[in-house]
Design a protein around this ligand. Sequence first.
Ligand code: G3P
Ligand code: MG
Length: 228
Amino acid sequence: MQKRLKIGHRGAKNHVAENTIESIEKALEFGVDGIEIDVHKCASGELVVFHDFTLDRMTNASGEIGKYTLKELKSFKIENRFLIPTLQEVLDVIDKKCMLNIELKGKDTAAETCKIVSHYIENKGWTNDPFLISSFQEKQLEEVFKINKNLRLGVLTKANVADAMEFAKTINAYALHPNYTLLSKDNVKLAQKEGYKVMTWTVNDDESIKRMTSYGVDAIISDNPDRL
Ligand code: G3P
Ligand code: MG
C-alpha cells in the first residue's frame, strides 16, 4: 500500500496565517508531503493565493479580492505583517520540495492555473505528478481537463461522495476530496476500488485523524500538519 500523504491546509493554517509564504514555510518545516492552497484571479489578471472572496477577514482592507490589482493587493497586510502571495511566489518557495494541491477557489482561475503549471513543468524542472488541481466548481475542472489532459484533478465535495465520483469519471479525475464527515470505511474502499485516491479535509483533531487513518484514506489535509 502506498503511504498516506500528509498535506498542510492553506500552509500550516493553525500555526501561521493561512495561505502566506510564511505558512507554507512552516508546513515545509513540519515535513509535509504536500500543501493545499486556494487561488483567486485579481483585477490585473494574476493569480493570488487567498481563501476568501473578500479581504475583510484576513487583511486590513475590505471588499472583493477580484476587484483589486496585484499592486493594490500587495499594499495590504495580513496580521499587520504578511503579504498576499502570487501562485508563482508559492511555487518558487515550494521549489519541488513537496506536492502542491491548487484549489481553484475564485472564478475564471482554470486557464491561468494551467498556464502557470505548464510553465513550471516546461521551464523549471517540475513534472506533472506534484501538481493536483482541485475545485468544488465542476466547470473549472472541466476547463482544466479540456486544456491539459495530463494534469491530476481532484473533485471536492462537502455534499455527497457518490455524486462526486460520478462527476470524477467524466473528467478522468485522479482523486476525490470529500469533507471527512462524509466518509466511512465502505465509501473510501469503494472510491479506491473505482481507481480514485481519497484525500480528505480538514482533519484537525487527533481522534478524527485516527479515524480517517483507520478508514485507509490516501491523504489527510490538516490545519495541524504537525499532528499527522
Ligand atoms: O481543499 C480542501 C479544502 O480547502 C476545501 O475547503 O473552504 O478550506 O477551501 P476550503
Ligand atoms: Mg481550500
